[in-house]
Structure formats: structure tokens, C-alpha cells
Design a protein around this ligand. Structure first.
Ligand code: PMP
Length: 385
């Protein structure tokens, strides 16, 4: 039986992206590959609302975690003071990362399910103490979405650089460097629609100026090295630091073309509609999601009703044709599961997803009227048409 993957990355990929992976690996210094790499860098800049001739787009072999590291280590030394807006598992990861470099780490920790209040960020930045702050746009562990536009309005008038983890947002949520974001990054496997293995991001001018005055404490994630590569590729002169992942960058370029063909705005709207349709289905079945007021287009973290154990639920849903993800917040992990709804998701995936949840709940003894969630999800789709 076919199973569909509805986890928050990796996701189901388009056939043209998968076929691109299967081409013979050409020389990483060939003209042909250089032109693919250049296109991918240019489109990366566009998707982040950046300008490839001034800002620095980068595509580096590695996962989103490398993106996290590269986006911060270039600005910090042993004495730096940093602020982490921590809305879940990936906020904790930033704290862990920073702890390798500096002891001066402060956090804002909204309660589980809540986004940060921009006023709290302002209060911190008004102290003028922080070299850098990080915000997870959408925390994949909870589905909480932070208001980056508002936060950037505050940080850009301060000396604090704003680094945004857009791993669970870019390509499906609005995120624009022109708001005043200094560095933003994602990974290939989520809403960018290519298999895992690439850290993809952009550094703005303020970040570049700061970076050029520093020498990072790491080597592979030294973005000054990658700046030379990106500039060389963009100027058609070539550039090498570490051998690029030829097949994956080729596949990413195909996926970025798919995104451009649909149009980024249309793609974000499609994600918004599919997410709200799924949420309507969940609400009708009496299920509560963790995120209280800010809803992500990409992921929903859902409490299980009636004491159902998440591992049992996940096995049932898989038997029913859909693979979901388990919870990541340790204290509540057995009580919730996560649905990834990004990439090429459309009405069919919504129906398959909500239908599988109905059946898996029934298998676990929770009384749900057949088709109730489906009907509510369908209502939203009908209304949009
Ligand atoms: N940040 C966020 C918001 C993520 O969702 C993830 C991955 N789920 C990461 C960082 C880390 O990315 P990776 O697993 O690709 O290293």
C-alpha cells in the first residue's frame, strides 16, 4: 500500500525534482554546473527578498543545523552576548550551539504554544547589550510562528543583528530580508521542495559588514569562504571551497523553478489554505493544536484526545496510509503528534491526511463520526473555490 509522508520535512517531492537527482554527476567546475549553481543562488536571493548583487546568498552542503551554525558563528567571539527567542526545540538548539562559543546567552521563553511578544524583544534590545539575536520563524516542534516583520522593525534600529531560522517557513510563509533581517536560512528538505542535504540562506549588508571584521571560531561554516564561492559563481568566474553537492543543487534548482512558476505569493496562499483546511478538520474532530494564536502554514502540532499514546496513534495512522511525526517537546511528547503540510500539498493530500486521522483515532477508541473532519476540511476548500 502506498503511504504518504506528511511530516515537517523531508516531504513528498515533485517528480521533476527527483529525476534531477538521478542525472549523472557532472564536474562541479563545468560551465554547465556553474550556470545551474548561479541560477539556484539567484533564485534563493529572490525567495528571501534579497538582492544577489549586494546581499550574499549561500548554498552549502549540510543540513539546516549547519545553516544555524553558519548564520551565527561569523558574528560571535568568546565575549559576545546573544539573545535567543526560544519558542521550542529549535530555540533550545540555538542555546546549545551558542554555549560552545560564549557564556553570555540570554533567552526569552514564551510559554509553550505562544509566540514572542515584540514588546519583550524591544525591552531586551533597548539595553544595547546584545551583539546578535536569533528567532525561529516557525518552531517545527510546536507550530508556533513568530512575527518576524515586527521583530525586524525593532532590531534594525538597534546594534543587534537579527538571525532568522526559516527552516520551517521559507517557501511557504512570508519572510523578507527587506524587513531588516540580517541573516535568514533554511534547508532544502522542507518548503523549498528538494531532498535533505543543503543549507540555503542569505546574509544582508549589515551582516556582511560585521562579518568582515571578524574571524569565526569554526572553519567549514566560515561564510567568508562561502562568500568567495557565491560571488565567483554569480560572476561566472567559478569558486571552490568544499565540493558542492552537484546532484542536489541541480534538484534544488528544478524545485526553485517550480516555485517561481507557481509564484511565491500564490504558493504561500496555497499553503495557508491547505493549513486552514486541515485545522478546520482537526477542530471539528475535537482536537486541539499547540500553537495558540499564531498558525503556521507548514506544520501543525496536535494534542491527542482521550489519553491516546502518540506512538500508538502514529502506528495506526501509518497503517492507514499516512506517516506523521512524533512530538519533540520532551514533557508532552507522548501526548501530541505533528503534521507537516508543505511543498506540493493540495486538496487531495488534505483529504488523505484528515481521513487517516479519523481512522487512526477510531482505531484507538476515540469516538469520531466518520467524515466529520473531512467535511469541515472540505467546507474550507469549497469556500475558497
Ligand atoms: N530549525 C528548524 C526550525 C527545523 O525545523 C529544523 C529541522 N527540523 C532545523 C532547524 C534543523 O535542520 P536539520 O534537521 O536539517 O539539521
Amino acid at each position: 500500500m502506498r503511504k504518504i509522508l506528511m511530516i515537517p520535512g523531508p516531504i513528498e517531492y515533485e517528480n521533476n525534482v527527483l529525476s534531477a537527482m538521478a542525472n549523472p554527476t557532472i564536474s562541479h567546475s563545468s560551465k554547465e554546473f556553474m550556470s545551474t549553481y548561479r541560477e539556484a543562488l539567484q533564485k534563493t536571493a529572490t525567495i528571501f527578498g534579497a538582492d544577489a548583487s549586494k546581499d550574499l546568498p549561500f548554498i552549502i552542503s549540510g543540513s539546516g543545523t549547519l545553516g544555524m551554525e553558519a548564520s551565527v558563528v561569523n558574528f560571535i567571539g568568546r565575549e559576545s552576548k546573544v539573545l535567543v527567542v526560544n519558542t521550542g526545540y529549535f530555540g533550545d538548539r540555538f542555546v546549545d550551539l551558542f554555549s560552545r562559543f560564549t557564556e553570555k546567552i540570554e533567552q526569552i521563553n514564551p510559554p509553550i504554544g505562544e509566540a514572542v511578544e515584540p514588546a519583550q524583544v524591544k525591552e531586551k534590545l533597548d539595553t544595547n547589550e546584545f551583539d546578535l539575536m536569533t528567532v525561529t520563524h516557525v518552531d517545527t516542534s510546536t507550530g508556533v510562528k513568530n512575527n518576524i516583520k515586527k521583530i525586524a522593525e525593532i532590531s534594525r534600529n538597534s546594534e543587534t543583528l537579527l538571525v532568522v531560522d526559516g527552516v520551517c517557513s521559507v517557501g511557504a510563509e512570508e519572510l523578507d530580508m527587506r524587513w531588516g533581517v540580517d541573516v535568514a536560512f533554511t534547508a532544502s528538505q522542507k518548503a523549498l521542495g528538494a531532498p535533505p542535504g543543503l543549507a540555503v540562506g542569505v546574509m544582508g549588508i549589515r551582516g556582511l559588514e560585521r562579518m568582515h571584521k571578524m574571524k569565526p571560531l569554526t572553519f567549514f561554516s566560515d561564510l567568508r569562504k562561502w562568500e568567495a564561492v557565491s560571488r565567483g559563481i554569480l560572476d561566472s568566474k567559478g569558486g571552490y571551497f568544499g565540493t558542492p553537492n552537484v546532484n542536489l543543487i541541480t534538484a534544488l534548482n528544478v524545485s526553485l523553478n517550480n516555485i517561481m512558476a507557481e509564484g511565491l505569493d500564490a504558493r504561500i496562499k496555497r499553503h495557508e489554505l491547505m493549513a486552514s483546511s486541515i485545522r478546520a478538520g482537526l477542530a471539528e474532530m475535537g482536537l486541539e493544536i499547540i500553537s495558540k494564536r499564531s498558525y503556521a502554514n507548514t506544520v501543525s502540532a496536535v494534542y491527542l484526545p482521550g489519553g491516546i499514546d502518540s506512538q500508538k496513534f502514529l502506528s495506526s495512522s501509518e497503517r492507514n496510509g499516512v506517516v506523521f511525526a512524533s512530538g519533540l517537546i520532551r514533557d508532552i511528547a507522548s501526548r501530541y503528534f505533528r503534521i507537516g503540510h508543505m511543498g506540493s500539498i493540495g486538496p487531495s493530500e488534505v483529504m488523505i491526511t484528515v481521513g487517516a486521522i479519523e481512522r487512526a483515532l477510531k482505531e484507538n477508541g476515540y469516538g469520531v463520526r466518520p467524515g466529520s473532519g473531512l467535511s469541515a476540511a472540505q467546507e474550507i476548500l469549497f469556500r475558497s473555490g
